[in-house]
Design a binder for this molecule. Structure first.
Ligand SMILES: CC(C)NC[C@H](O)COc1ccc(S(N)(=O)=O)cc1
Ligand SMILES: [Zn+2]
Length: 256
């Protein structure tokens, strides 16, 4: 049978998705000296209220792991958001084993070994499918992972990667899990208007990138490689599933 074509890299996406060269693409390099502190963001603090039984399963999407959330009681609001958004899934992007690249956003050119994305959709729409391509449709919280001590909160998830080695593999999450444990203690962030960082690259994301990384252990970063994907030379460890920074196109990055 004909093998499914190996996914093309980021520098080819524009051929099938012309918006790849659009005016509000993500990720970006965050130049901290150009970020503008906006008091309005602190006057109306970002409110994250997740429940601890919202996570249903972990699946291998063929491009990342994805924890699927049922959305019940997992709302964020405030900060840059004009309405309530609900968590639908979280996943990550990472680099080569032991390397320091892997994050999608960079800070003054500095990369982190991985970046977590908590994906939320605007409750003014009827479902995520309707929201996904609207300019205010999605809000994604980005959290940088740095290499250090083990992250107890991430362990129940990183321990599941070995159970979903292949694309479409899925394992149920039978335990209570509150994804808020993955957020850094200090809730300061940068925010800007951007896009999905993978096809279809819709320019529908209000990005909220946390300033502080959270530490995970080298073993937890290595566990990401229990996930496999198709490479030109056949099945291999999933890694380097990150898009490099895109042109800012004059956008303003605001800061708390
Ligand atoms: C029907 C819709 C929801 N399908 C959307 C598709 O799965 C892609 O969704 C996404 C969602 C989030 C991101 S990221 N890396 O910017 O957080 C990328 C693609
Ligand atoms: Zn992502």
């Amino acid at each position: 049978q004909v093998a499914s074509p190996v996914p093309q890299g980021p520098n080819k996406w524009h051929e099938q998705f012309p918006i790849a060269k659009g005016q509000r693409q993500s990720p970006i390099d965050i130049v901290t000296s150009n970020a503008k502190v906006d008091k309005a963001l602190s006057d109306n603090p970002l409110k994250v209220s997740y429940s601890n039984n919202c996570c249903q399963s972990v699946t291998n999407t063929g491009a990342s792991f994805q924890v699927v959330v049922d959305g019940a009681g997992t709302e964020i609001s405030g900060g840059p958001l004009d309405s309530t958004y609900k968590l639908v899934q979280f996943h990550a992007h990472w680099g080569p084993l032991g390397g320091d690249e892997g994050s999608e956003h960079t800070v003054d050119g500095v990369t982190y070994p991985a970046e977590l994305h908590l994906v939320h959709w605007n409750q003014k729409y009827k479902d995520v499918g309707e929201a996904v391509d609207k300019p205010d449709g999605l809000a994604v919280i980005g959290v940088f992972f740095s290499r250090g001590k083990e992250h107890a909160g991430f362990k129940p998830i990183s321990d599941l990667f070995a159970k979903v080695p292949r694309k479409a593999d899925k394992v149920d999450i039978s335990f209570n899990y509150d994804p808020a444990c993955l957020l850094p203690a200090r809730r300061d962030y940068w925010t800007y208007l951007g896009s999905l960082t993978t096809p279809p690259l819709f320019e529908s994301v209000t990005w909220i990138v946390m300033k502080d990384p959270v530490e995970v252990s080298a073993e937890q970063l290595a566990a990401l490689r229990n996930l496999l994907w198709e490479t030109p030379s056949g099945e291999g460890q999933m890694c380097n599933n990150y898009r490099p920074p895109q042109p800012l196109q004059g956008r303003l990055v605001r800061s708390t």
